[in-house]
Design a binder for this molecule. Sequence first.
Ligand code: ADP
Length: 583
Amino acid sequence: MKFKMIDKLILSTLIISKFAVASNFKPGTYIGSAPGYKDNIQVEVKVNSKKIESVKIVKHDESPLISDVALQRIPAEVVEYQSLGVDEVAGATATSKGVIAAITRALRAAGGDLNTLRKKVVTNTVKENREYNADVIVVGGGGAGLAAAVSAHQNGATVLVLEKMPRVGGNTLIAGSAYNAVDPKRQKPLGIEDSVDLHYKHTFEGGDKLGKPVLIKTFVENSYPGIEWLESLGMGFKDEIFTVLGALYPRSHKPEKPLGTGFIGTYEDYISKNKGITVLTDTKVEDLILENGRVVGVKALGRKENIVAKAKNGVVIATGGFGANVELRQHYNSKLTKDIPTTNHPGATGEVMFMAAEKAAANLVGLQYIQLLPMGDPINGSLSGNIEGSVEDRIFVNKSGKRFVAEDERRDVMTNALFEQEDAYMWTIVDAHTYPTEQGKNNFNETIEDLVKKGRAFKGETVEELATKIKVDPVVLKDTIDKFNVAVENKTDEFGRKLFANKLDKAPFYAGPRVPTVHHTMGGVEINEKTQVLDKAGNPIPGLFAAGEVTGGLHGSNRLGGNALAEITVFGKIAGEEAAKNK
Ligand code: ADP
């Protein structure tokens, strides 16, 4: 089957006339405000009688890094094109809509003719042909791609990174960001015994023994060196070790910064301080260039350029997964319809792995293995609003207030169990052990106080009060928690749970709603331990490397929570080294 990979967000070109007659404004400075992703965005718009002179964002609470392109680009384009008909920025649509709405309100107050201002008028944007040359080309500027770019540069290469979205970061930027590694320095003081053999066993068995042993071995042996490498680049990790959802064991590390901002910010910092890495955003790779069976470059489409990019040493594919491509994921798993949300950014569409297969004969493996989490926000499927801390300290209950699964299980097991519950809907229940203060934050930098205020989580001084707030029978919820607390004491549980720490007995109690959400695609291009892309016969394809979620074969049928951030670091770094020295 051939897929038409049409990325609507990317293809929506700017079609605005520079000559649109704006309006007859009442000259002055106007404030406009509208809801963004998190809170109200406030803009200050200055107009004279004929023209929008300037647009400034004066107040916002949007996520740093994720929304910055929208916050910069939209005001600038409204002024440049004298129009409200500018494109939303893909990956930051809620912020984009908020900025446009706020500017609209200010212009309405200024007496602007909104019908004219909102019009999109076609311009003849002729793209320039441009050739780029570098030692190494990296396709995709997420966690794996930027790791590859930095490591290739550290190994003496000049690097060109091509990223189709308006900013780098990919899914990595919005990841929960737990990183699994065997780390005696942090685990020992907490009394946690661990070994790379145990990490190997969990990864191999947790994927139903379908992962490729040589990749798993490379992965577990290099996970901790990956942390040391990130630290050498300036990234901070907390000393705390926890068990992230589906990790099966306490070896998950927490970056100091929220989401994936620590990873992406660290690489961006390196790139800005060192000459030799060029990053082109809004640039979608559409083809691979081969000469005599060797991959020597790519063709790409930028906002203003048609690009031919040539790589002297190698091309690294790091384009992530395809969780946001409903047609494709449904092809491999018919249950994954558009009604099931995803945690993924809109650029996770998977076209480049097919390009590698069709053009360079890359072997694709494990595409049927698509991971869901039982942890989606009911409104948008994202991981934001998640109130869980460590696996040990929370339970899941269904709409009847009853537990239904061992909450330390594999991600697939927990999600399948959730699908069996009424409306496939559950509540995560935690207490003050997870949030000793109201200012306690989740990985998304959201305080529990704020989540409760916004109605995204609920709080009760007693279990009964919490039950009433979430419309669950208080007697049932109390009984569920009492039974769980006995299980914590006895370390045996009716659902077979093994990971325990505190009882749920410290007020206040909190509940957060969650639904199944598509999260990670385990399959992709086959690689060896040097990240060389393999053909169907298992031979490396000259000049072609791959790392991260676009590859298949490491995780088997189910990826352990916390293994992805480690994977993209380990294999991204190897890909950079290998491509740099592939002269
Ligand atoms: P990983 O964790 O494997 O690094 P990410 O999702 O973090 O995956 O990053 C993959 C990046 O690749 C994303 O930023 C995505 O927008 C980018 N990408 C996907 N397809 C293309 C393409 N055709 N051209 C350029 N970049 C792409």
